[in-house]
Design a protein around this ligand. Structure first.
Ligand code: NAP
Length: 449
C-alpha cells in the first residue's frame, strides 16, 4: 500500500502529538516535520520556564516519535520563506499547520510602545535563549517591574524576575539571562490583573509555587479582596469551581503570612486595576492605573473603572495578556482571535488537482490555551478528521524531491549533535544544558563542522 505523505509545519507539542497519532493510526503514513529553527520542540524549549524541568520531560516522548523510521525532521526550514506552502501542498497528500501563536499582545494604551514596555513573548524568549531574542536587553536597573495580566505566563515572568540567582543557575536558562538577572536590581514585582481573585486564570500548582514557595520573597495580597460575599462563596462551592476555591485558599494563606521580615524581594499581587498610560521619555519610568470595581453576575464578572487612579514607578512593564498566531498567505484567518478558521481541524477541504488539503493543530487552531497535554486531544481531533477524509494518495513519489529548499535542512541527527554539545556544556556546573542561542553556531554543530 502506498503511504500517505503528510507534512507538519512546526515542531512544538501539537506537531509532535499529531505525528505520533498519525504514525499510530491504521493507515500507512510518512510524516515530514518542518521547523523554522534548527532545534525542535517549540514552546517546550522556548516557552516552558527553565525552572520547570519536570514539564520539559515530555520531550522524551517526542524524541521517541522522531526516531520512528517513517518520521523525518527538517529543521532550519521556514515555510513561506525557504519553501512555499503551495509547494508543500503540491508535494504532500496533506499538510498540518502546527506553528503556534508566537506574537505576544502588547497592552494598547498611550506609551505602551516606549522602550522597556514589552510583551511576555519577548521576555520569555529572551530568558529561554530563542535565537531571535538573544540581543534583547531588559531594564533590570529599576527597583520595580510591572507585569500586566493574571495568567500562568505572567506567573512565570514574575517568578523568574524574583528568583534567587542560585536557583536559576541550576536550570537551562540562557547564559545571557542568567548573567543579567545575577546583576538585577529588581526587588519588587507588581503582578496586576484587571479583574478580581475569582477571575484570575492561574492554575493552582503555579499559584502555590509563586505565593507560597518562593524563598526570600515577601508576598503582599490585599486581604480585603479575599473577603467574599455570599453569592461568591456559593459560586466557589460548586464542584466545577474546585480549582478556583483552592486558588483562593492559597491567596488567603499568603495574605495572612506574617513571617516576611528579612525578605529582600517583594511580590504584590494586585487585583482590580487597569493600566491607562505608560509614562517616560526615552524609556518606561512609570505606569498609571485606574482602580476597577466588579460588575455583572458572579459567573460573568466584568469591570467598571472608578474615579480612583494611582501611579507606580517602574523601569520594565511586561504585557502578559495573551498571544496571537500569524496568518500564512492564503490562509482563512480569524483576525480577531489570531487563529486559522477550521472545522474539526480541517482548514481547507479542497484536495483536488494535486493540491493537498490543509489542517491545523495546537495554538494556531484553538488559540493560546491549556497545558502541554491539551495539545494531544487537540491533535487527536485533527488527525481523526484527516484520516476520516480518506485522502487520495496523490504523491506516491518522494515528496522531498523537487521541494527546492532555500536553506540547508537540519535532520534529527543534526539536532542530536546540538543537544549533546548543550548537555555536555551544562555538566560541569550541574545544569541540564547550556543553550546555544546563535543559529550559525547551531548549524555548524548540526552539520558536524
Ligand atoms: P491567559 O491564561 O489567557 O491569561 C491572560 C491574562 O491576560 C488574563 O488574566 C486576562 O484577564 C488578561 N488580559 C487579557 N487582555 C487584557 C487587557 N486588555 N488588559 C488587562 N488584562 C488583560 O494566558 P497566558 O498567561 O498567556 O497563558 C496562555 C496559556 O498557556 C494558558 O492556557 C496557560 O495556562 C498556559 N501556560 C501554562 C503554564 C504551566 O502549565 N506551567 C505556563 C505558562 C502558560 P481577563 O481574564 O480579565 O481577560
Amino acid at each position: 500500500m502506498t503511504a500517505l505523505n503528510v507534512a507538519i509545519v512546526g515542531s512544538g507539542p501539537s506537531g509532535f502529538f499529531a505525528a505520533e497519532l498519525l504514525l499510530k493510526s491504521d493507515s500507512a503514513v510518512v510524516v515530514h516535520m518542518f521547523e523554522r529553527l534548527p532545534t525542535p520542540y517549540g514552546l517546550v524549549r522556548s516557552g516552558v520556564a527553565p525552572d520547570h524541568q519536570q514539564i520539559k520531560q515530555v520531550v522524551r516522548i517526542f524524541d521517541k516519535i522522531a526516531r520512528n523510521p517513517a518520521f523525518s525532521f527538517f529543521g532550519n526550514v521556514e515555510v513561506g520563506k525557504d519553501v512555499e506552502l503551495t509547494t508543500l501542498r503540491s508535494r504532500y497528500d496533506a499538510v498540518i499547520l502546527a506553528y503556534g501563536a508566537s506574537d505576544g499582545t502588547l497592552i494598547d494604551i498611550p506609551g505602551s510602545t516606549l522602550p522597556q514596555s514589552i510583551t511576555a513573548t519577548t521576555f520569555v524568549n529572551w530568558y529561554n535563549g530563542h535565537p531571535d531574542y538573544r540581543d534583547f536587553s531588559p531594564c533590570l536597573e529599576h527597583e520595580t517591574a510591572v507585569i500586566i495580566g493574571h495568567g500562568n505566563v505572567a506567573i512565570d515572568v514574575t517568578r523568574i524576575l524574583l528568583s534567587d540567582h542560585d536557583r536559576l543557575s541550576k536550570t537551562d536558562i540562557a547564559d545571557h539571562a542568567l548573567d543579567a538577572l545575577r546583576h538585577s536590581k529588581v526587588r519588587k514585582v507588581h503582578l496586576v490583573g484587571r479583574r478580581g481573585p475569582l477571575q484570575a486564570s492561574f492554575t493552582t500548582a503555579e499559584l502555590r509555587e509563586l505565593l507560597l514557595g518562593m524563598s526570600n520573597v515577601a508576598t503582599k495580597v490585599d486581604a480585603r479582596l479575599l473577603d467574599f460575599e455570599p453569592a461568591e462563596l456559593a459560586f466557589m462551592e460548586q464542584p466545577v469551581n474546585a480549582a478556583l476555591k483552592r486558588n483562593v485558599l492559597i491567596m488567603q494563606e499568603a495574605a495572612s503570612r506574617t513571617s516576611d521580615a528579612g525578605c529582600e524581594r517583594e511580590l504584590r499581587l494586585v487585583f482590580l486595576a487597569s493600566p491607562t498610560a505608560i509614562h517616560g521619555s526615552t524609556h518606561v519610568t512609570s505606569v498609571e492605573f485606574v482602580q476597577n470595581c466588579l460588575a455583572g453576575p458572579v459567573d460573568g464578572r466584568t469591570v467598571r473603572a472608578t474615579e480612583e487612579t494611582y501611579d507606580v514607578s517602574a523601569g520594565l512593564v511586561v504585557s502578559s495578556i495573551g498571544f496571537r498566531g500569524r496568518p500564512m498567505e492564503g490562509l482563512p484567518f480569524d483576525e480577531n482571535r489570531g487563529v486559522c478558521r477550521h472545522a474539526a481541524g480541517r482548514i481547507i477541504d479542497t484536495g483536488t488537482d494535486g493540491i493537498a488539503p490543509l489542517y491545523a493543530a495546537g495554538w494556531i487552531k484553538r488559540g493560546a490555551s491549556g497545558v502541554i497535554g491539551t495539545n494531544r486531544a487537540d491533535a487527536a481531533e485533527t488527525v481523526q478528521t484527516l484520516i476520516a477524509d480518506r485522502l487520495a494518495r496523490v504523491t506516491p513519489r518522494s515528496p522531498m524531491s523537487a521541494l527546492n529548499l532555500q536553506s540547508i535542512p537540519v535532520d534529527f541527527e543534526g539536532w542530536d549533535r546540538i543537544d549533546s554539545v548543550e548537555r555536555a556544556a551544562g555538566l560541569p556546573t550541574g545544569r541540564p544544558r547550556r543553550k546555544i542561542v546563535d543559529t550559525k553556531t547551531m548549524l555548524t554543530i548540526a552539520t558536524g563542522g
